[in-house]
Design a protein around this ligand. Structure first.
Ligand SMILES: Cc1ncc(COP(=O)(O)O)c(C=O)c1O
Length: 432
């Protein structure tokens, strides 16, 4: 970062990018020196409808005129409107919602309600998953951030991720046959002390390398959970609100979870999280004295912003737009994979795509240094993309590409061109 005052800040994830950002609109950022950057991370996967969408800005302005924040027991029209609009987008038995501030906090609430309502405490999550860094969510986050912080919560279990390119149980290659899921539940059964409460999963494991579970995976997971009396929590902080080409990721798998967790994409840049569950679970928790009061639960301003995002996603059919735009981007990336030896695999769903970088196609060794060089080169050429952990041992060798759902065809073509020229500049050899 070229402003020396950056040294006043605690570094929470390595370093910072080169220049402060002074303005954001749609898919574009503008830096202090006037450079324009195409934002293919949608901020932190939150700018669902593009940065500073006029309808989101207008909703925030209305809140500034009416009410920003309230006592946690008071309700306001934006919260009631949002509950009604959100619940109209999900199938039964999902009939109750709660609005919080962040993804991690919302995962905590779903897990707390699952524990309270089942009277049990064992919770499993997938390796390579990211559910947040607050205590309970951190215990279930396996993609990163584990070492050095002491013990995690007792009763936390790992199920191997369905990662067909690097099968964790060495059963398949290229197409997951769900052996990992059966093996994972075998391990869980043996390690369990008899208190199975829930499984938490992302429909696409984003931070862990953009891993796409195969079509029957979640139907089988739901059955395995039902056999054990475990509730199913879908963490859709990244995938909810259209990113995968359907309103929610669970719809792509033909299942309905007991809990749906939303955040990031819901607020369009404003911090808000949501937990959605059935009336039966909500009633059981209420009878048992469920308490989760926070400073910003049911706050009007973030609810107003989320309502604007939801209306735009539904009204402009952004899930369909994500499907079409994602297919265009995937075509470009597939074409690049045909020419660049360093691209081991391109995978994705809708507008959440991953490009796994390898040293060579025989060894598939993760090309971590290349990943860093490539993302830096892209940034120099005006494209922001994330690097996530697709490799063995947590190697960060996978580009994650997730632009706003409003991205234009021209912006997609430009991004693909920048990735192509950047790869050519930092990697050898290139296939002809
Ligand atoms: C799938 C998923 N769940 C939960 C979280 C945690 O959200 P937050 O950072 O808002 O706590 C994240 C954040 O990256 C995420 O990707």
């Amino acid at each position: 970062m070229d402003d020396p005052r950056a040294e006043l800040l605690i570094r929470y994830g390595g370093g910072f990018t080169t220049e402060p950002v002074v303005r954001a609109r749609g898919s574009w950022l503008e830096t202090a020196s006037g450079s324009r950057v195409l934002d293919f991370t949608a901020g932190q996967i939150c700018a669902t409808v593009g940065h500073n969408h006029p309808r989101v800005m207008a909703a925030i302005e209305r809140s500034l005129e009416s009410v920003i924040h309230l006592n946690s027991w008071m309700l306001s029209p934006p919260v009631l409107d949002l509950a009604e609009a959100l619940l109209a987008t999900v199938p039964p038995p999902l009939e109750r919602a709660m609005f919080l501030s962040t993804g991690g906090e919302s995962v905590e609430v779903a897990v707390r309600m699952a524990k309270l309502s089942t009277g049990r405490f064992e919770v499993a999550s997938l390796t390579r998953s990211w559910h947040g860094l607050t205590g309970g969510a951190a215990a279930l986050t396996l993609a990163a951030g584990r070492r050095g912080y002491g013990p995690t919560l007792p009763g936390s279990f790992a199920l191997p991720a369905p990662y067909a390119y690097r099968c964790p149980v060495r059963a398949c290659d290229g197409e997951c046959d769900c052996t990992c899921l059966e093996a994972g539940f075998d391990l869980f059964d043996q390690a369990s002390v008899g208190s199975p409460a829930a499984v938490v999963a992302e429909p696409v494991l984003s931070a862990g390398g953009v891993i796409i579970p195969p079509p029957g995976y979640f139907a089988r997971l739901v059955d395995l959970c039902a056999e054990r009396g475990m509730l199913v929590i879908f963490d859709e902080c990244q995938t909810g609100l259209g990113r995968l080409g359907t309103m929610y990721g669970f719809q792509r798998y033909g299942v309905v979870p007991d809990f749906l967790v939303l955040s990031k994409t819901l607020g369009g840049g404003v911090p808000i999280g949501a937990v959605v569950t059935s009336a039966a679970i909500e009633e059981r928790c209420h009878e048992l004295g469920f308490i989760h009061v926070t400073s910003h639960v049911s706050d009007p301003l973030p609810a107003a912003a989320a309502l604007a995002v939801l209306e735009l996603v539904s009204g402009e059919d952004l899930p369909a737009r994500a499907e079409r735009a994602g297919a265009r981007l995937a075509r470009h990336l597939g074409e690049l994979a045909g020419r660049h030896e360093a691209i081991g695999e391109v995978r994705g769903m809708g507008l959440l795509l991953g490009v796994e970088l390898i040293e060579d196609r025989d060894s598939r060794r993760p090309a971590e240094a290349l990943g860093v060089a490539l993302s830096e080169e892209c940034e120099r050429r005006g494209l922001s993309i994330n690097l996530v952990r697709g490799g063995t041992g947590g190697a960060a060798n996978c580009l994650r590409i997730a632009p706003p759902l409003t991205v234009s065809d021209d912006e997609i073509d430009l991004a693909a061109e920048i990735i192509d020229t950047s790869l050519a500049a930092v990697a050898t050899p290139t296939r002809s």
